[in-house]
Design a protein around this ligand. Structure first.
Ligand code: ATP
Ligand code: MG
Length: 288
């Protein structure tokens, strides 16, 4: 059984002691492959309405299919209906902004699309593959092959430097030039002078840029990004947005961006609006 994220990070006191002794213990690569995913599923008690149905892959269909998805989580106050019947198809290469008030379910939907969370009912298919049919290792492999995720809370590995954090997915791809590439990615987000800093030694905006560099470095087919410019000042945010759209233009990456910024949303071809866990608008650029 692979170790998960929770087992890999070490507490601040432990890490500082290790740093002072100049012998940071690195977690094994195999453990990290699943660890890039945060432990959301562990802490959120998902209430399943009905068993999921597995379908066979069907190449040529939409890259992402969300089919009548519900998410209900248990809380001390009783069940909370977070997503209520979401259906959405995203074509390969499409750029989609997900907007809506705080608490409307945007991050929760992104967690489902990344296979971090499992729906209570309904299906999520990526490239024809029903995520319900995959176990944790299968999901990790799917993410490694197709998906980059920038989480709202970054989820950097605390015992690794910025450079090491960005190199992880590249090393998992077996690249010999992982560290050189990671350096280029950090350079591109303006962090050339912060390569050896640990996450706790970086500002929120800097951590966000490391998270973005880590997600973009393997050139994923799909980039899911939860408020990727949310902690950045206007100028840095615009620069980071330019990088995301440059990657999209260069590699035909499918983008699914959660944002509160209307300007960023308008750069996407399509704007999907959530309210109280349901889609209330789905507007293509021409009409947006
Ligand atoms: N573990 C949990 N148990 C119960 N309810 C939860 C849990 N996690 C999140 N929620 C609730 O689910 C709802 C949707 O949360 P989510 O994080 O998806 O919102 P969001 O649209 O991303 O908001 P924001 O814009 O503030 O990031 C919120 O009302 C939140 O309180
Ligand atoms: Mg959110």
């Amino acid at each position: 059984m692979l170790r998960r994220w929770r087992d890999i990070g070490r507490g601040g006191k432990q890490r500082r002691r290790a740093q002072s002794e100049d012998r940071i213990e690195k977690p094994p690569m195999r453990a990290i492959s699943t660890a890039i995913s945060p432990p959301a599923g562990r802490h959120r008690r998902c209430l399943r309405h009905e068993p999921n149905v597995t379908s066979s892959p069907h190449p040529g269909g939409p890259l992402v299919v969300v089919d009548d998805v519900h998410l209900t989580l248990g809380s001390p106050a009783g069940p909370v209906n977070i997503l209520r019947g979401i259906s959405l198809d995203i074509a390969a290469g499409e750029t989609v902004a997900l907007v809506g008030p705080s608490g409307s379910g945007k991050s929760s939907l992104l967690m489902l699309l990344g296979g971090i969370e499992r729906p209570s009912a309904g299906r999520v298919l990526i490239d024809g593959q029903d995520l319900a049919a995959l176990d944790e290792d299968g999901l990790a492999r799917l993410r490694r092959r197709h998906i980059g995720i920038v989480f709202q809370a970054f989820h950097l590995i605390p015992t690794m430097t910025a450079l090491e954090n960005v190199a992880v997915p590249l090393e998992l791809q077996g690249r010999n030039d992982a560290f050189a590439r990671a350096k280029e990615e950090l350079d591109a987000v303006g962090l050339a002078a912060r390569l050896e800093h640990y996450p706790s030694q970086l500002s929120g905006g800097e951590q966000q840029r490391v998270a973005l560099a880590r997600a973009m470095a393997p050139r994923p087919e799909i980039l899911f990004a939860d408020e990727p410019t949310g902690n950045l000042d206007g100028q840095t945010g615009a620069g980071v947005a330019d990088l995301i759209f440059a990657l999209q233009a260069r590699a035909g990456t499918t983008l699914f961006l959660v944002t509160h910024e209307e300007g960023l949303a308008r750069r996407c071809q399509r704007i999907v609006r959530l309210k109280d866990g349901a889609i209330v608008a789905d507007i293509r650029a021409a009409a947006a």
